[in-house]
Design a protein around this ligand. Structure first.
Ligand code: NAD
Length: 397
């Protein structure tokens, strides 16, 4: 199969690309290379004849149409998005633009391509989304494919809107689509503004480990390679028009998760000053912080035979070891725009100057002089790994 993957230079997209090529597929990666992109995550496949890269923005209809016409994919897997909840609080405009307008542009380009090709029944537009569109859970219950939409952050609202567009293009135009809504991912190549890499890198540098609120927020953690496996199954074998809820059935409070990471580091990289957990600091909560997410993945298990291959304990151990072994990957990312700052703390009132989001076409800021984030610096010291602040939810994870 030939797959067009949007956002393939991101955390989950790059896992999909690596795994798809390992399975023998051809992959075209279309990515605008925003601050969140990392082409180094594709080093294992960059020289493969089965891999091609197209630097393009999904909001650019002509560019997307050109990529579709020249590569003629069988399946479009749409992962490109602005994905960080804290950034969506500071600057929702980029989320509206990429997640809603970009999805609309991509749907229209896919519809034109599919129509011109004679409406092949085997074509699929796979929209990758999040469980955050369902809002927040109390102590009991799970999200399923039938959960009502109730997004509560600019990020999740923009993803919810994109889900609705994809369903509308299926119902109205007959475009063959599948959707998936997944819980928090973690694993290797995770951008260092998200919770788990923040904890690992701050702990390694002996810096404070910030925890939003009292750390009781619960997330359902899924190892990224298991998500990539699920996505490739949904894209190829999912029932046309159907959505699939994907989760690891690994619920942990943020505080428990951070303690587990600290315990792994105590074993692998003991700290002379004492346990890493002594670095934990509770900080002001994120506005609108969802209390609990949990997924019932019964449909994907029954229909597509998927189940996670690792427990959260195994996945965390692998992840911590990967960060210990791959500082050449994460160190250059610490100087990107906003990394190492507390973002998403000032929700009140319009903030037009902070609402510009990444540059169209994806400028990658590499100097601290370009930082536009307004959150206070978490650490003045920039010599070692910078303390990062964020991501105790996800959009995030
Ligand atoms: N990270 C999670 O835990 C999680 C969980 C469930 C669903 N998701 C969804 O999975 C998808 C991927 O998430 P991620 O964590 O890998 O995100 P990410 O932020 O790591 O990567 C996003 C990628 O999209 C690219 N991109 C952004 N705007 C673009 C545009 N306008 N045109 C083309 N490319 C653009 C970026 O350059 C980057 O490479 C997203 O749609 C997200 O909503 C993420």
């Amino acid at each position: 199969m030939k797959l067009l993957v949007t956002g393939g230079a991101g955390f989950i997209g790059s896992a999909v690309v690596r795994q798809a090529i390992a399975q023998g597929h051809e992959v075209v990666n279309l990515d605008a290379l925003t601050y969140a992109a990392c082409l180094a995550s594709l080093a294992p496949v960059a020289d493969s004849p089965a891999y091609a890269f197209e630097h393009a923005n999904i909001c650019d209809g002509q560019a997307v149409a050109r990529v579709l016409a020249s590569h003629r994919p069988d399946i479009v897997m749409h992962l490109a998005a602005e994905s960080h909840v804290d950034r969506s609080i500071d600057g929702p405009g980029a989320f509206i633009e990429t997640n809603i307008t970009g999805t609309y542009v991509l749907l229209e380009a896919a519809r034109a391509y599919w129509t011109r090709a004679g409406r092949p029944a085997g074509f699929r537009f796979h929209h990758i989304s999040t469980d955050e569109v369902f809002g927040t859970l109390g102590p009991e219950g799970h999200f399923t494919e039938d959960s009502p939409y109730d997004p509560r952050s600019p990020y999740s609202a923009s993803k919810a809107a994109s889900d609705h567009l994809v369903r509308a293009w299926h119902e109205t135009y007959g475009l063959p689509v599948v959707l998936s809504n997944c819980s928090n991912n973690y694993g290797p190549y995770h951008f260092p503004e998200k919770l788990i890499p923040v904890v690992i890198l701050n702990a390694l540098a002996g810096r404070e480990i910030p925890i939003y609120g009292n750390g009781s927020n619960i997330r359902d953690w899924l190892y990224v390679e298991d998500h990539a496996d699920a996505l490739l199954r949904v894209a190829q074998a999912g029932v046309n028009g159907r959505s699939y809820a994907i989760g690891g059935e690994n619920e942990r409070s943020n505080l428990d998760l951070v303690h587990s990471i600290c315990a792994i580091l105590d074993r692998l990289r003991p700290r002379a000053e004492g346990p890493h957990a002594a670095l934990i600091r509770f900080v002001a909560d994120r506005p609108g912080h969802d209390a609990r997410y949990a997924i019932d993945p019964a449909r994907i298990r029954a229909e597509l035979g998927w189940r996670p291959s690792v427990t959260v304990e195994e996945g965390l151990e692998r992840t911590v070891r990967w960060y210990l072994d791959n500082d050449a990957w994460w160190r250059p990312l610490l100087s990107r725009q906003g990394v190492g700052r507390r973002l998403g703390t000032e929700p009140a009132g319009p903030r037009p100057e902070a609402d510009r989001g990444p540059e169209p076409g994806g400028a990658v800021d590499t100097g601290s002089g370009m930082e536009r984030g307004r959150g206070r610096a978490w650490n003045a010291d920039r010599n070692g790994p910078q303390a990062a602040s964020s991501a105790q939810g996800r959009g995030a994870a």
